[in-house]
Design a protein around this ligand. Structure first.
Ligand code: ASP
Length: 320
């Protein structure tokens, strides 16, 4: 009997140690082909190599990222479902009155991935060729301008909201399940402008496929394709500073050993030369600081909730 118990315990220990013994699903709360998806697909490859398992990216877009986040919050806490999300983790609590999860309580924080600036872009046929001309065009077309975003809670929503407030011009927002499909419509001229991460806009700007007006961080960017793009801050919107981050999360209750395996794999993946090169080419900066530690990343997200909450409240935007 004693022998049986010992071997059962040993088996259980081996099973825990064997994690992951099947593919891990990385949920992206936005449509395929967009900026979050791009980060996730590269990260999935880099982490999969470390974990020696396939990491499958699953796109669960809708409601500004809250559908995908809800799916992971309610998934089995076994380490086989993780969430790759962004600043929406911190803006959605201020935007949704009935968020189906508690951002700080319902996840194991696994660590931060990168910081990504945003850019303000326009459809290729938009007559404005620089930011000053864009502002004139927006003023002349008040009530007719369509601003694409990825729904309430998305990074594009936050950036677009702050932009509208700053220039005091309201636009009609057109929500998509992600800025991947929004970009398709922008290229086709169905929508006018959009704020989006450089991980989605760099190649379109470099290829001259969209009009590029500004970068949303206070510092200009250094990537070749975007280095000449002026900041909003330097073009009259003093202090305008929106930078997006991505982090990795598992459902609350994921065993500590499994969470540690995932954090260890994340740390190794973020040192992967190929991953770093791909991220840098798209304007993203891979995290190397303390926010790689789950506890520090959680503190950072809590501070971000406090930072963005008042601005969102002041804008009077919310959903059920
Ligand atoms: N860029 C989108 C956003 O606005 C998300 C995405 O499609 O990846 O948050």
């Amino acid at each position: 009997m004693k022998k049986l118990l010992i071997s059962t315990l040993a088996l259980a220990a081996t099973a825990a140690f064997a994690y992951p013994d099947k593919p891990v699903t990385m949920v992206v709360p936005f449509a395929a082909g967009g900026p979050t998806d791009k980060v996730a697909r590269d990260l999935a490859v880099a982490m999969g190599a470390v974990l020696k398992q396939t990491v499958i990216v699953e796109n669960v877009g809708g409601a500004g990222g809250t559908l995908g986040a809800t799916k992971v919050a309610k998934a089995s806490p076994d380490g086989y479902t993780v969430l790759l999300h962004h600043i929406g983790m911190a803006t959605s609590p201020g935007l949704y009155r009935n968020l189906p999860f508690k951002t700080l309580d319902d996840f194991e924080y696994l660590g931060m991935v990168n910081d990504v600036p945003m850019t303000l872009i326009g459809r290729p046929t938009l007559p404005a060729n620089n930011y000053a001309e864009l502002v004139k065009w927006l003023e002349a077309n008040k009530g007719k301008v369509n601003l694409a975003n990825a729904g309430l809670g998305a990074a594009s929503h936050l950036c677009g909201l702050l932009f509208q407030q700053s220039i005091k011009i309201d636009m009609t927002t057109v929500p998509y399940k992600g800025t991947g499909p929004a970009m398709t419509d922008l290229l086709g001229g169905q929508v006018d402008i959009m704020c989006d991460q450089t991980t989605n806009t760099t190649s379109q700007i470099a290829g001259g496929k969209v009009k590029a007006y500004a970068v949303t961080t206070t510092k200009p960017l250094t990537t070749a394709a975007l280095s000449g793009l002026p900041t909003l801050d330097s073009q009259g919107l003093k202090g305008f500073n929106v930078s997006i981050w991505h982090g990795l999360y598992a459902p609350k209750g994921t065993p500590a050993a499994v969470a540690k395996t995932l954090n260890d794999a994340l740390r190794v993946a973020l040192k992967d030369a190929d991953f770093i090169k791909k991220q840098e080419a798209l304007g993203a900066v891979v995290v190397t600081d303390a926010r790689l530690a789950p506890a520090d990343h959680k503190k950072f997200v809590a501070a971000e909730i406090d930072k963005w909450g008042p601005a969102i409240k002041a804008a009077g935007q919310y959903a059920d």
